[in-house]
Design a protein around this ligand. Structure first.
Ligand code: GLN
Length: 393
């Protein structure tokens, strides 16, 4: 038999999605892969029913239906404070997963380097490898997950083509301050690089933190490919609707990449999702409040259990410190947690470039009763504090 491509040797399957399978296997409450267990807004599902009868059921324009782009442009122009032209500045993709991949393929040649902050959402390394790009990692040091500006400068000095910026950040829940973004922007201008953002949690930000779009900083629209999706904002992770917003000459090339990767995002789903894009400000305020309540409920529970964590400023993840359980292998810990305690989490080391094994990631995009059940199961952890977990397996 001929050999398979060795391009894929550098990474394993997604650990996040593997943990969902493990959760199912042990019937654990799944706080690993971040997706809601509650329904999308009724406006969207009702429209989806209508679309089943009325269509469209055939291809849309490859870079997104006209109506979807118009509504998205209206929403994002207002939020980002910059005029987004639906005819020139948008490509609609199959989730932000495709958006990030298409963005990287658009700006990078094989052999180029791209800065990735660590910890990072695992797809970025896979995007880099599949694109033939070498990631240059810059640590966001726990517990505050700040970057060291000198370290970042040294990374830029290595001749990078772009920097990937997940804000609010998965898995840390960090919301980059305006000053931090300005620092990154200054370096991007000085070293003439692109910024590829992942802003899928743009609407999930807790007071007093505020989300600032990199593209909204002076001079940055021209060099920023703003990737995001509707998955988290309207609780439709399975619809796979994402997009890239960027300057005309960049989007022209993104559209080519997107066209040959996937042809287009699902036409009926784009039609139904327009109902989301049409929501008024009250919807987003309510969304934030809903997540604020979930965060409070879950973090209060972790406090009661005496677990240590980094308090998320945005997104719906929390990194919990497991050092007190004496298990040096966070993968084993997560497997054990799913099997014996009945709660699934993601091993933190899958997000870190550095050798960091003391965290696991929970997400709290779940119904309150699901979170309560997870917390109840986690009470059993008390018995294992300071114990040799390995002996229990
Ligand atoms: N972004 C989510 C997470 O980090 C889910 C990602 C995915 O599986 N596509 O868990």
């Amino acid at each position: 038999m001929p050999e398979l491509s060795n391009r894929l040797d550098g990474f394993t399957e997604s650990i996040i999605r593997k943990m969902t399978r493990i959760a199912r296997q042990y019937d654990a409450v799944n706080l690993s892969q971040g997706f809601p267990d509650f329904d999308p807004p009724r406006e969207l599902t009702e429209e989806l029913r209508k679309v089943a009868d009325d269509g469209p059921h055939q291809y849309e324009i490859t870079w997104g239906s006209e109506l979807f782009r118009e509504k998205l442009a209206l929403k994002q122009s207002k939020l980002m404070g910059i005029p987004v032209n639906p005819a020139e500045n948008i490509v609609v993709t199959c989730g932000s997963t495709e958006a990030m991949m298409a963005a990287m393929m658009t700006v990078c040649n094989p052999g180029d380097k791209v800065i990735v902050f660590s910890p990072f959402y695992e797809n970025y390394t896979a995007d880099a490898i599949l694109t033939g790009v070498t990631p240059v990692y810059v640590p966001l040091a726990p517990p505050e997950f700040m970057f060291n500006p000198e370290e970042l400068r040294r990374a830029f000095e290595q001749g990078v083509k772009a920097i990937v910026l997940c804000n609010p950040s998965n898995p840390t829940g960090k919301v980059f301050t305006r000053e931090e973004l300005e620092e990154i922007a200054r370096l991007a201008v000085e070293f003439d690089t692109f910024v590829i953002t992942d802003e899928v949690y743009e609407h999930i930000v807790y007071e007093p933190y505020v989300h600032t779009y990199m593209a909204s900083l002076p001079g940055m629209f021209e060099r920023t490919l703003s990737c995001s999706s509707l998955s988290k904002t309207y609780s439709i992770t399975g619809w796979r609707l994402g997009y890239i917003i960027g300057p005309t000459h960049v989007i022209e090339v993104c559209r080519k990449v997107h066209d040959f990767l996937t042809v287009g995002a699902a036409a009926p789903l784009q039609k139904a999702a327009v109902k989301g894009l049409e929501m008024d400000d009250a919807y987003y305020e309510e969304l934030t409040q809903v997540y604020e309540r979930k965060r409070t409920l879950f973090l209060d529970g972790l406090d009661r259990l005496g677990l240590k964590y980094y308090k998320p400023q945005g997104a719906y993840y929390v990194l919990v410190d497991i050092s007190e359980f004496g298990e040096p292998d966070d993968y084993k810990f997560c497997e054990w947690l799913a099997r014996e305690i009945g709660v699934a989490a993601v091993p933190g080391s899958s997000f870190f470039r550095e050798d960091v094994n003391q965290y696991i990631r929970f997400h709290f995009a779940k119904k309150e009763e699901t979170l309560v059940e997870a917390l109840k199961r986690l009470e059993k952890l008390e018995a294992y504090r300071g114990a040799e977990l390995s002996n229990t397996k």
